[in-house]
Design a protein around this ligand. Structure first.
Ligand code: NAP
Ligand code: MG
Length: 478
């Protein structure tokens, strides 16, 4: 069994016991064992990062660019192999796994460019003969805590801007999917990232994650995961006055108006609700359908769902892979059980057998639901969607906004007027018109409102807000 260690101060170090990384489509397939650090490993990583800081800050923008560019190129060159590992450890289809890997590569390349675009401002003072310079500086040492559902893209969209803006990093990937983070660490190391600038500490959230959040030597924390964990992290960081960025869950609405083109709306809803096994923070979970199109839409959705093939993600004919693990599957099945009580009809949602023992589940659609039901208030994070029938656009908009979350919101309509109205009034960080709620570009701001996000946006040039601090310098010419 291949053993994988943590990367601390440029050295591969075994920290604690080795834990198995299991393929959710075949529980007998053990991908490898990964060493689990603890609070002492985080101390070591912080010390390594502190020693690396001065050298790293003195790297020229060109040198930083070259490193990130090389990492992006290497990831792209190995996309097939890394995508396969991703599909094996997380369960999304091979096409999705390779797609996510390519996205990680593009993110590194984008932030390679950002190294060369670190402009500041110069302004005249309101007082005579004084100049003011406004510049951005690194924050310091940044702790990154990531979830299992995008095991390479999310680490990439935190590591790349952190390094581009001159910070040192300690990454704790999700316990369920350490493989892609480990490969990313290997690539950073091979491409010449100086020792201690990037550190990988694998292990549990309750030990390593907690230690990162509470460590006085870590200046900022960027977290993606559930709202419950995010709230806890915000509390600790708030008390310590640490900079914090949280990306959390969603209960994303997709509105289908009477004038929608079903040949656009149905594929968008199939993709948004069921692809990646519904395990996306941007998944469509509330399909809010105007009454005139309701029956035709539901009929086509059910027909399309019947054509989705659930199975081994490495088989090219598979549309939907397994649920990530036994616990998530049980939670999904519990929600299907709840839907059987709350909704007027449940289509699909049962556990399926695969070729080997795994965590397969049929896509589920809950018909005849309303927005007050628990199935429409709580994030399920599985291949499940609800149909909520509404009378008109205004009701659709108010149902869409009636949620504690606010990550993405979609609408399918051919009316420019109503699409425009929705774009302006949806209480979400991202709005999609005639597109799935999931599936975003890598070069623009990503994030939500309400309980979905806290702190500055991620990605694109907006990432500078979190990964750098502003300094205002005054000088008097004399
Ligand atoms: P999670 O349980 O909150 O875990 C996320 C990360 O936090 C993991 O690395 C976890 O470690 C760690 N963690 C757990 N408890 C911690 C603690 N007390 N202190 C510090 N770190 C701790 O979330 P998940 O189940 O992995 O991911 C699914 C959730 O992520 C969903 O709610 C989904 O919507 C959200 N998500 C949001 C976005 C977004 O950008 N908005 C993107 C993707 C996913 P372990 O893995 O070791 O438990
Ligand atoms: Mg796994």
């Amino acid at each position: 069994m291949k053993k994988h260690d943590c990367l601390i101060g440029g050295k591969w170090l075994r920290q604690g016991d080795y834990h198995e990384n299991i393929n959710p489509s075949d529980v007998d397939d053990i991908i490898g064992v990964y060493s689990h650090g603890d609070a002492l490993s985080v101390d070591l990583a912080v010390e390594a990062a502190k020693s690396a800081r001065t050298e790293w800050i003195s790297f020229t923008p060109q040198a930083r660019h070259d490193l990130l560019e090389a990492v992006g190129k290497t990831i792209a060159g190995r996309a097939e192999q890394i995508g396969r590992l991703l599909s094996r450890e997380e369960g999304k289809t091979l096409a999705e796994g390779i797609g996510e890997t390519m996205r990680a590569a593009q993110i590194f390349k984008f932030f390679a460019g950002e190294c060369l675009r670190q402009a500041g401002d110069i302004q005249p003072s309101v007082r005579p003969d004084i100049d003011i310079e406004i510049t951005r500086e690194p924050v310091g040492i940044i702790g990154l805590i990531t979830p299992w559902n995008f095991p390479i893209a999310i680490p990439a969209w935190k590591i790349a801007p952190a390094l581009a803006h001159g910070n040192c990093v300690i990454l704790k990937p999700a316990e369920l999917t350490p493989g892609c983070a480990h490969v990313t660490a290997q690539i950073l190391h091979e491409c010449g990232c100086p020792p201690g600038v990037f550190n990988l500490v694998m292990g549990r959230g309750s030990t390593v994650g907690q230690a990162i959040v509470a460590h006085p030597g870590i200046d900022a924390v960027s977290f993606t995961g559930s709202a419950a964990t995010g709230r806890h992290i915000a509390g600790v960081c708030g008390r310590m006055m640490k900079k914090v960025q949280l990306e959390m869950g969603g209960k994303n609405p997709m509105v289908i108006l009477d004038d929608a083109d079903l040949s656009i709306a149905v594929p968008a809803c199939i993709n948004g609700t069921f692809f990646s096994t519904g395990q996306r923070c941007t998944a469509s979970s509330r399909l809010i359908v105007e009454e005139g199109i309701h029956d035709a839409f539901v009929e086509e959705m059910v027909a399309e769902m019947g054509r989705l093939k659930v199975g081994d993600p490495l088989d090219s004919s598979t549309h939907v892979g397994p649920v990530v693990d036994a616990r998530q599957l049980q939670s999904n099945l519990d929600y299907v059980g709840l839907a059987a009580k709350e909704a007027s009809e449940v289509i699909g949602g049962e556990r399926l057998d695969g070729a080997r023992e795994g965590f397969f589940q049929a896509p589920a659609l809950f018909l005849g639901t309303n927005n007050e039901m628990r199935i429409n208030r709580e994030e399920i994070f599985g291949p499940c969607g609800s149909i909520i029938r509404v009378g008109d656009f205004d009701e659709a908009l108010s149902v869409a906004n009636d949620t504690e979350y606010g990550l993405t919101a979609g609408i399918c309509t051919q009316s420019l007027k109503r699409a425009r109205n929705f774009k302006r009034r949806a209480e979400a960080g991202m709005v999609m018109v005639n597109l799935p709620t999931a599936g975003v570009d890598y070069h623009v701001a990503f994030g939500g409102r309400k309980a979905s996000s806290y702190g500055p946006r991620e990605q694109g040039r907006y990432a500078a807000e979190f990964y750098s601090v502003v300094k205002t310098s005054y000088s008097f010419a004399g």
